[in-house]
Design a binder for this molecule. Structure first.
Ligand SMILES: [Zn+2]
Length: 245
């Protein structure tokens, strides 16, 4: 059956001499497609069979096993992202993260969140902030949402004094022991991240210090609660440290 799909090539594996297997992230999950002969210079499938492009693919669809690529067109190759190592590192990271989330929860909303985030990074918005916003939203689909409304120990909504990613959320005055105190600005901004619709963001006005606190909190929470390991995260952290120096 011929089928037309749109999606991101998130992973490629060389197959035989001249072919490649593409994993394409679509609204309906990840589709495995064999792109025959695409490594030949003259192949019409060559450009569309590259990693990290968004394209339209006409495939001979097989429900079980691998589909075969008939033809494809690049819709977006993200030339701004690919010109900038930092942006590219974030793109690689969120691609790997999203594909892991989709494997655990095949919800159509995930693709939309990912796609909107990539487009915002391509348009020039801060990749770290956009990544953190996506990460925060993806927690819902991993079944470990970050509760930004009440004390994680007693459930009180009053007298919140800080957030502790190791404890799993907000801490109130009565439950406070010796956690690091974060400014309330951090908690307010985290709430903004969690509520904002990604598509509607046109500019970001957040201090560098606030961005770093939030990035640290989200990263610690991921390590502690999601059980997800992302290979590209180590590289991203290296790039990030170079940028902060
Ligand atoms: Zn409490």
């Amino acid at each position: 059956m011929l089928k037309q799909i749109k999606g991101y090539v998130i992973h490629t594996t060389d197959y035989q001499d001249s072919s490649r297997i593409l994993n394409v992230l679509t609204e309906d999950g990840i589709v495995a497609i064999i792109s025959k002969g695409c490594k030949n210079v003259k192949s019409s499938l060559r450009l569309v069979s590259q990693k990290l492009i968004y394209g339209e693919f006409v495939i001979y669809y097989k429900e079980k096993g691998m589909s075969t690529l008939k033809e494809g067109t690049i819709i977006n190759e993200f030339s701004n992202i690919k010109k900038d190592l930092t942006k590219f590192s974030y793109f690689s990271y969120i691609t790997e993260l999203t594909s892991q989330v989709v494997k655990q929860n095949n919800n159509k909303k995930i693709f939309d969140l990912f796609n909107s985030t990539v487009l915002k990074i391509e348009s020039g918005l801060n990749p770290k902030v956009m990544t953190n916003i996506l990460e925060l939203k993806l927690l819902d689909f991993l079944g470990v949402p970050l509760n930004l409304n009440e004390c994680v120990k007693c459930g009180s909504r009053k007298d919140i004094v800080t957030i502790d990613p190791d404890e799993g959320g907000l801490i109130c005055k009565n439950c406070y022991t010796n956690e690091i105190i974060y400014d309330m600005k951090v908690i307010k901004m985290l709430r903004n991240y969690s509520l904002v619709e990604i598509k509607s963001i046109t500019e970001l006005k957040i201090s560098d210090e606030l961005i770093e606190f939030i990035n640290r909190i989200i990263s610690m929470y991921y390590d502690r609660y999601t059980g997800i390991y992302i290979h590209s995260k180590k590289f991203l952290e290296k790039i990030d440290n170079l940028n902060l120096k």
